[in-house]
Ligand binder design. Structure first.
Ligand code: ATP
Ligand code: MG
Length: 233
C-alpha cells in the first residue's frame, strides 16, 4: 500500500517552475532516497508532504492520518531547552502522559540514539551529529509513522555519517518507520535506501530499486552518478 503519493504535482515560485508534474509513490515501511542537483526542489517536495506547501496543480495524498516527523535541513532543536527537554517537548504538548511516563519514554529514546549522557546539555554544547541524533530521538518518542530527513548528514564527518545512516535504518526496521531521505551523499543513499529517486527539472526522471538505479540505462541517471563520483574523489 502506498502511504504517500504525488500525482502530477506542479509548484512554481514567482513564475519559476520548481516541480513540474511530479509523480511518485512511497510504500509503507520502505526507505526512499531522493537525490538530485541543488535547487531542484527536494526540500520543496518534503514540504508538500508535511503540508508546509500546497501544490499549484496535482495532488499529494498521505494515507490515513500518520504522524510525520521532519528532520529539517537547518536542524530544529530549541536552543534554550536541553536535549532532554527538546525530546520531551512533543510529549508534553500533545499527550496527557504523566511526568514519569514521559521520563521513561525520553530516557529510552535517548538511550536508543546513544545520547543518554547528553540529556542535560544544550544544543549549542553538542556536536552536529549529536543534534541530529536528538532529532531522531524526538521522532521515536512521537511514535512517528513517517520520518522525512532533509540532508540528515550534511556537514558531518564520514564516521558520524555512518552512525546516522545506521540509526535511520534501525528506526525503519525496529519501529517500522517509513522514511524519505533527501541527500547529496549518493554512496550513503545506495547503502541506506530500498529505492532511489532522481529529481531533475521538476520531475522524477528515475525511481528504482538501488541496484536497478545504478545500472539504469537512463542517461540522466548515469550523468548524475558520474558527476557525483567526481565530487567524491
Ligand atoms: N518558499 C519559497 N519561496 C520562493 N522560492 C522558494 C521557496 N522555497 C523554495 N524556493 C525555490 O525553489 C527552488 C527549489 O528549492 P529547494 O529548497 O527545494 O531545493 P533543494 O533541491 O532542496 O536544494 P538543496 O539541495 O540545495 O537543498 C529553489 O530555487 C528555491 O529558491
Ligand atoms: Mg534542500
Amino acid at each position: 500500500m502506498s502511504i504517500i503519493e504525488f500525482k502530477g504535482v506542479s509548484k512554481a515560485f514567482d513564475s519559476v517552475k520548481v516541480l513540474d508534474g511530479l509523480d511518485f509513490k512511497v510504500e509503507k515501511g520502505e526507505i526512499l532516497a531522493i537525490v538530485g542537483p541543488s535547487g531542484t526542489g527536494k526540500s520543496v517536495t518534503l514540504k508538500h508532504i508535511v503540508g508546509l506547501l500546497d501544490p499549484d496543480r496535482g495532488e499529494v495524498t498521505v494515507e490515513g492520518k500518520p504522524r510525520i516527523g521532519y528532520l529539517f535541513q537547518s536542524g530544529a532543536l530549541l536552543a534554550w531547552l536541553t536535549v532532554y527537554e527538546n525530546v520531551a517537548l512533543p510529549l508534553k504538548e500533545t499527550t496527557r502522559l504523566k511526568e514519569d511516563e514521559i521520563d521513561r519514554l525520553v530516557r529510552d529514546a535517548l538511550k536508543e540514539v546513544g545520547l543518554e549522557d547528553a540529556a542535560e546539555k544544550y544544543p549549542g554544547e553538542i556536536s552536529g551529529g549529536m543534534q541530529k541524533r536528538a532529532g531522531l530521538a524526538r521522532a521515536i518518542v512521537r511514535k512517528a509513522d513517517i520520518v522525512l530527513y532533509d540532508e540528515p548528514t550534511s556537514g558531518l564527518d564520514p564516521v558520524t555519517t555512518i552512525t546516522i545512516h545506521r540509526l535511520i535504518k534501525k528506526l525503519n526496521r525496529d519501529h517500522g518507520i517509513t522514511s524519505i531521505v533527501v541527500t547529496h551523499d549518493i554512496q550513503g543513499a545506495l547503502h541506506l535506501a530500498d529505492r532511489i529517486m532522481l529529481l531533475k527539472d521538476g520531475k522524477a526522471v528515475e525511481t528504482a530499486k538501488v541496484d536497478e538505479f545504478v545500472h539504469s540505462a537512463n542517461p540522466a541517471v548515469q550523468e548524475f552518478l558520474t558527476a557525483m563520483k567526481g565530487e567524491i574523489k
